[in-house]
Design a protein around this ligand. Structure first.
Ligand code: SF4
Length: 342
């Protein structure tokens, strides 16, 4: 009998499995904890279960994680992992050390259908949505390699648009934030969207305590449409209304990511439009200098140009940070993930 891989099953799935085996649901929570929290995937070693249950589980189920096929380390210690999934689809995960903390940037889709003009993933096209197991599997691999301190913050900023894989993203967050799962507080998880407005409302109403980041990149409607095709469907007005709703409902500050592309969105007028757009929204702005992608026309602005843009925003914008690009030499920086290795 082919065994079913339990990777990606939630607590309530495990409770259902136990009911189907004629067991009490709390046994499901015990197995869930063994697999995700204690990283014990051998049912025979789950010492608080009866031997007969261990055997039955072992006959029917398995727990197989992800293992990278390639791994690259940047000169700044950023690491990039390439995972080949069961059907051959490729995804990437990036681990970014920042002082004594580490942030992991995970993928939610193999490729991406949204085709943003500045993004290497967008150029790949869309392969498919990831399952919750494939999302969580990226993190479990790092835990298996580096232990509980493998990462401290999680950002859904790898390949794909997480709000277009909403249900599996939520299932993954459920497992990640469960105290008997990966036990990472939802407050340490950020979901980043390029502006899928219905998904923002859904997230706001979901009760999930995750943070929201918007990949905005330009506040001018017409320019935004040029680089983010989905902006033709959801304009700046709809987007800002959705963000206001999220901030109000969840009582959270939202982050706007703004990739500065030299000569395109780094003029004083762009800064003033951005400042106007975010007026009254509890937020912070992350400025990021564009990371060159081969074949794409945008220029990386100089450090002085980035500083000048930040000064134009200040004090109109409440909080502005300049994010250092990490892992550029291994194409692990923002917008560079393309399933390709150096
Ligand atoms: S920026 Fe995000 S949404 Fe746009 S193509 Fe790249 S991965 Fe997709």
């Amino acid at each position: 009998m082919k065994r079913l891989n339990l990777l990606g099953k939630t607590v309530s799935d495990f409770e259902d499995i136990m009911r189907s085996l004629g067991e009490k649901p709390y046994r499901g929570r015990q197995v869930f904890k063994w697999l995700y929290r204690d990283m014990q995937s051998d049912f025979n070693l789950m010492s608080n279960l009866a031997m007969t249950l261990r055997r039955r589980l072992d006959e029917r189920y398995e727990f197989i994680g992800l293992h990278p096929t390639r791994h690259a380390v940047s000169s700044d210690d950023t690491e990039k992992f390439l995972f080949r999934l069961d059907d051959g689809a490729l995804i990437e995960t990036v681990l970014i050390p920042e002082g004594d903390k580490r942030t992991v940037c995970i993928s939610s889709q193999a490729g991406c259908a949204l085709g943003c003009a500045f993004c290497a993933t967008g150029k790949m096209g869309f392969t498919r949505n990831l399952t919750a197991g494939e999302i969580v599997g990226q993190l479990l691999y790092l835990r298996s390699r580096d232990g509980q301190e493998a990462f401290h913050n999680i950002v859904f900023m790898g390949m794909g648009e997480p709000l277009l894989n909403y249900d599996e993203m939520v299932r993954a967050v459920d497992i990640i934030s469960s105290e008997i799962g990966l036990s990472v507080s939802a407050k340490k998880i950020t979901v980043s969207t390029v502006g899928v407005v219905p998904g923002i409302y859904r997230l706001a109403d979901s009760g999930l305590k995750v943070n929201l980041a918007i990949s905005l990149h330009v506040a001018d409607e017409e320019k935004r449409k040029k680089i983010i095709p989905i902006a033709k469907k959801y304009g700046i007005k709809e987007l800002t209304e959705a963000v206001r709703y999220f901030a109000r409902k969840r009582r959270k500050r939202v982050t706007f990511e703004y990739v500065l592309m030299g000569g395109f969105n780094d003029a004083q007028n762009d800064a003033l439009m951005l400042a106007r757009m975010i007026t009254g929204i509890p937020c912070k702005i992350n400025l990021i200098a564009y990371n060159p992608v081969p074949g794409l026309p945008y220029r990386r602005p100089t450090d002085d140009e980035v500083d000048r843009f930040a000064q134009w925003l200040y004090p109109r914008a409440p909080a502005v940070t300049v994010r250092k690009s990490r892992g550029m030499d291994i194409e692990a920086a923002c917008g560079q993930l393309a399933g390709k290795y150096v």
